[in-house]
Design a protein around this ligand. Sequence first.
Ligand SMILES: O=C(CO)[C@H](O)[C@H](O)COP(=O)(O)O
Length: 225
Amino acid sequence: MLPDLIAPSILSADFARLGEEVDNVLAAGADIVHFDVMDNHYVPNLTIGPMVCEALRKHGVTAPIDAHLMVKPVDDLIRMFIDAGATYITFHPEASEHIDRSLQLIKDGGCQAGLVFNPATPLHYLDHVMDRIDMILLMSVNPGFGGQKFIPGTLDKLREARQRIDASGKAIRLEIDGGVKVDNIREIAAAGADTFVAGSAIFNTEDYRTTIDAMREQINLARSV
Ligand SMILES: O=C(CO)[C@H](O)[C@H](O)COP(=O)(O)O
């Protein structure tokens, strides 16, 4: 398995102080920045775009930026996020006209590519792309909003995705997003996730370091059995 990564979702950060918030959460031990892009079309909310990603790079953020595109169509925004300095770019397969072409666009742009699965989206979209992806992102809430409750059925889906990754022999990250908290992250890690998106659980706490340390401790407990 790849090393575990904590990926705070800036959806729950204070947007009026975004650069400072990202600096603080990285200084508190976060590994990568999860960047939620919503278009008020594919999902019922509107957030931030490539200009903000570029602004974070200009601000001095060197950590990987994990751009999760909740948009339809996807290819124009893929191009824009490549230029804006994203590290990972993930999209929802049902939002792309040509999944293979969208993945290739990301790879040609020098970024890491991934597919995102809503709670009811079947994993069979992976069948013919395992050799072309770097990340699988499983949504454990319906996309659009932070602060929702983790959908327990996602644990079985995580186990299935982990089996597919292990069988492929490829270094593919398995990311989980939605309702991840200190008190459920151990079970999520045990089910096979190695990349943990957490928005409200981190940004709604007073001390980011305490929360991130507590999450890492729970993940390490899952790894020690
Ligand atoms: O993609 C998202 C919603 O579509 C968010 O990343 C996700 O919900 C994280 O928020 P929280 O940890 O508060 O559930």
